[in-house]
Design a protein around this ligand. Structure first.
Ligand code: ADP
Length: 257
């Protein structure tokens, strides 16, 4: 049941009473649950055949007899299978977060190492895209949480920064302590985000008009998952952006040993 209330005012503007509204949202809740279960089921069923495709393309790649053309074709299959694998993993995550079924580990994690590994992993893509990467990191910074999930957030932000920045641009990753918090900033000189898109950026499946009009691949799930993870760690995620100038994504996490 959803209940709404509103004050009823007399002509003079004084509150003379209250109006209460009741709406039965059982059907809506049920529909949302069915949607969630459907996403979880389909994603799960897609996982096994995908694992097989990825495995066989890896075997094919090792075949020394392959012609150059075949090699390029195998590489394309592999790239697309990897994209599908990520999408399926994201969909499974979303179904779990929406069902409230995710628990986070609480381990001490060195955020510096996580950021360094991610930057290194994305560096080749950045180079191919003509985007310069740099990082300003302290010696060490410890947060308590789920290392894999936090790495997923960092990877999403850094990969996005590269993806939405044109050749000749730059991405900088900064990590600093502020008022008992670890503050991670990923800044880019990329496309930026239209002001009216900013409020929806962390919603499931949302993609900005820039991303859509330039046909940049993506499903609009990464940032919504990043928000679930950051907030699940007692932190916050926010963005400052100027269209055509670039964006800064900022994550604040409680620091701790
Ligand atoms: P995806 O990139 O797969 O579409 P995300 O959830 O990671 O999904 O991002 C949601 C949307 O936010 C993107 O489609 C894009 O429009 C916008 N966005 C994210 N990061 C940036 C960025 N660094 N610069 C400009 N736009 C961005």
């Amino acid at each position: 049941l959803s209940v709404s209330a509103r004050a009823v005012r007399t002509e003079s503007g004084a509150v003379g009473g209250a109006a209460l509204g009741y709406t039965d949202i059982t059907d809506l809740m049920r529909a949302l649950q069915v949607k969630n279960e459907f996403i979880a089921l389909v994603s799960h069923e897609l996982r096994t055949p995908l694992t097989s495709i990825v495995g066989y393309t890896q075997l094919l790649e090792d075949d020394a007899e392959l012609s150059d053309l075949a090699r390029r074709q195998v590489a394309a299959v592999q790239r697309n299978a990897e994209r599908l694998r990520r999408l399926v993993a994201d969909l499974l995550d979303v179904a779990q977060y929406d069902a409230g079924a995710v628990g986070f580990a609480r381990d001490p994690i060195d955020l510096v190492a996580v950021v360094r590994d991610t930057v290194e992993a994305v560096e080749r893509t950045a180079e191919e895209a003509g985007v310069a990467m740099s990082a300003a990191l302290p010696e060490t910074m410890v947060v308590v949480g789920d290392g894999q999930r936090i790495a997923q957030v960092v990877d999403n932000l850094v990969s996005n920064a590269v993806k939405y920045t044109l050749s000749g641009g730059a991405v900088q990753v900064r990590l600093a302590a502020d008022d008992g918090q670890a503050v991670l900033e990923v800044a880019d000189t990329g496309l930026g985000i239209h002001p009216s898109d900013v409020a929806q950026l962390f919603n499931r499946f949302f993609r900005s008009r820039e991303a859509e009009s330039r046909a940049i691949a993506g499903a609009g799930l990464g940032l919504s998952i990043a928000k679930d993870i950051v907030e699940g760690h007692g932190g916050r995620i926010e963005v400052e952006s100027e269209l055509g100038q670039g964006s800064v994504f900022r994550v604040r996490l409680p620091a701790g040993a």
